[in-house]
Design a protein. Structure first.
Length: 101
């Protein structure tokens, strides 16, 4: 009987991903002056829809009782620079007008 492996959409990660995730969390904490009690989530998503970037890094700030603050950078996790992270959070923190997603 042959064995079949399913990836379920997960990509093979390059070496250094755990370190890069930790680095992005620390950069985010310093950049935004967050306390140790704030949860920072770092994820990498792939998209196969037309017009969508191949990969994006999503950094979410999760505070109890508040809506998440989400920053997106259209690069793999290890390739995100501090300047790109800062620009993504500046965009994410701009107040939205009523009716905007």
């Amino acid at each position: 009987m042959s064995k079949t492996a399913f990836s379920l959409g997960r990509r093979v990660q390059r070496t250094g991903y755990p370190e890069a995730v930790q680095h992005l969390k620390l950069q985010t904490q310093k950049l935004l002056g967050l306390s140790d009690g704030v949860t920072i989530s770092v994820s990498e998503l792939s998209c196969r829809e037309a017009g969508c970037p191949d990969v994006e890094t999503v950094v979410a700030i999760l505070r109890e009782g508040e809506k998440p603050t989400i920053a997106r950078v259209h690069k793999p996790i290890p390739d995100v620079s501090l300047q790109e992270l800062q620009a993504a959070f500046e965009l994410a923190l701009v107040p939205k007008r009523p009716g905007e997603p």
